[in-house]
Design a protein around this ligand. Structure first.
Ligand SMILES: Cc1ncc(COP(=O)(O)O)c(C=O)c1O
Length: 368
C-alpha cells in the first residue's frame, strides 16, 4: 500500500517522491479545492470535529439540514438524506425496500457494497450477466418473479462502463419492478447537470428508480446520500438501522460538502474539462495500441489478459513518477486492469507525459 505524505491533487507526495496522479476518483478536481477546505475549516471552528451522536438523538445539526436541502436542489428532488458513507447507501435502500420485491436481480459484477447489502435469504437473489438486459429478462422470467428488484452500478468502478439503464429500466417497467442504481461514480459526472446515470439516459425522476450516491468521489468530500420523495427520506430516517444507529456525518464534511455542491451546480464547465481530459487520455491510449473500454466516463481502464503484465505496467508508470494502480478489487472481474482516472484539474502537460510514458512502455515491450 502506498503511504501518502500529502493530500490528493494533480500531484501526490508519497514515499519521498512527487507523483503525477491518475489514480483515485477526484473526477472534478475538488478533493483539495480551497473553497471547500475553507468551508470545512469554518465547520470545525463552529461545531468541532464531531456531533458525537446519531442523527436520531442529538446528532442532527442545522448544517445537516442545509446540506440535505442543497442536495435535494442539486438532484431536483423533494428531499435528501445524508449518512456516514456511500458504502452504506445500498444497504439502506435494500433494507427499506425489503417488503417490496420477491426476487432481487444483481449485475454479476456489482460492487461489493451491493453484495454486502443483499438479503441473507439467497433464494431471493439472482445474478444476471454483466450489463446484459436479455439475460436479465431471461432470469426474471425463469424465476417467475412478479415483483423483481434490479440492482446495478451506474458506472462500474474498475472498467468505467456505463450500465445500459434505459434498457434495464424498460425491463423493470415491463415486469412491474423496481431499480436501484449505485451511482457512486456517476454523481457529478453523468447527465447534463451531473445528476447521474438516470439523468444521462433521460430517466431523471423516473418513479421506479432509487439512487445510492456518495460525496466522496466527484463531489470531493465524504459521506453517502439518497434523494427522492419526502416519503422515502422519512422512511429512511425512521426505519433504517444504518442511518439511525450511526453517528452523524462530522461537521467539516458537512460544511465542506455544502460548498462542493454549490461549486458543482455553478460550474458545469468542470464536467466539460473532465470529459475533454478523459477523451484525450482514452484516444491516446487506444492509438498506442492498448485495449480499453469505450464508455465516455473519467475511468479509463487499460485491460490485460494476465495479471503480471498489468502489474508490470503500473510499476513502470510508478518508476516514472506516475500513479495509476493495478486494481483487482472490489468487483468480481476476469480482467486485469490498470485503472487510469481523468480529472478536470489535469493539465495538458500531465496528460502528454502520461501518454509519452505509456508509449515508451509499449515500444519497450514490443522490442523485448
Ligand atoms: C460502486 C461503488 N459504490 C459504493 C462505493 C462506496 O462509496 P464510499 O467510498 O463513498 O463509501 C464505492 C467506492 O468506494 C463504489 O465504487
Amino acid at each position: 500500500m502506498l503511504v501518502l505524505e500529502s493530500g490528493v491533487g494533480n500531484y501526490i507526495q508519497a514515499e519521498g517522491h512527487q507523483y503525477s496522479c491518475f489514480a483515485g476518483n477526484n473526477y472534478l478536481g475538488l478533493a483539495n479545492h480551497p473553497e471547500i477546505v475553507e468551508a470545512a475549516i469554518r465547520g470545525i471552528r463552529k461545531y468541532g470535529i464531531n456531533f458525537s451522536a446519531s442523527r436520531q438523538t442529538t446528532g442532527t445539526s442545522e448544517i445537516h439540514l442545509e446540506l440535505e436541502q442543497q442536495l435535494a436542489k442539486f438532484k431536483q428532488q423533494e428531499d435528501a438524506v445524508v449518512f456516514a458513507s456511500g458504502y452504506l447507501g445500498n444497504k439502506i435502500l435494500l433494507h427499506i425496500l425489503k417488503g417490496e420485491y420477491d426476487t432481487l436481480f444483481a449485475d454479476q459484477s456489482a460492487h461489493s457494497s451491493i453484495l454486502d447489502g443483499l438479503p441473507n435469504d439467497k433464494t431471493r437473489v439472482c445474478f444476471y450477466t454483466h450489463c446484459d438486459c436479455k439475460n436479465l429478462e431471461y432470469q426474471i422470467n425463469k424465476s417467475k418473479s412478479i415483483k423483481p428488484l434490479v440492482i446495478t452500478d451506474g458506472i462500474f468502478a474498475l472498467t468505467g462502463e456505463i450500465a445500459p439503464l434505459d434498457e434495464i429500466y424498460r425491463v423493470v417497467e415491463n415486469k412491474n419492478g423496481l431499480l436501484i442504481v449505485d451511482d457512486a461514480h456517476s454523481t457529478g459526472v453523468l447527465g447534463e447537470n451531473g445528476r447521474g446515470t438516470p439523468e444521462y439516459f433521460g430517466l431523471g425522476g423516473a418513479p421506479r428508480i432509487y439512487q445510492s450516491e456518495t460525496m466522496s468521489k466527484a463531489i470531493g468530500v465524504y459521506g453517502g446520500f439518497i434523494s427522492g420523495s419526502k416519503e422515502l427520506t422519512k422512511r429512511i430516517r425512521e426505519k433504517s438501522p444504518a442511518f439511525g444507529a450511526s453517528t452523524s456525518l462530522p461537521p467539516p464534511l458537512v460544511s465542506g460538502a455544502i460548498a462542493a455542491i454549490r461549486i458543482i451546480m455553478e460550474h458545469p464547465e468542470l464536467r466539460t474539462s473532465m470529459f475533454l481530459n478523459a477523451g484525450r487520455i482514452r484516444e491516446g491510449i487506444k492509438s498506442l495500441g492498448y485495449q480499453s473500454s469505450s464508455s465516455a466516463t473519467p475511468i479509463i481502464p487499460i485491460l490485460f489478459e494476465n495479471q503480471a503484465d498489468a502489474i508490470k505496467l503500473s510499476d513502470f508508470l510508478k518508476a516514472h513518477f506516475i500513479l495509476a494502480p493495478f486494481v483487482s478489487y472490489p468487483v468480481k472481474t476476469d480482467q486485469f486492469i490498470v485503472r487510469i482516472t481523468a480529472s478536470a484539474a489535469h493539465t495538458e502537460e500531465q496528460i502528454d507525459e502520461l501518454l509519452a510514458v505509456l508509449g515508451k512502455w509499449k515500444k519497450d515491450s514490443v522490442n523485448q
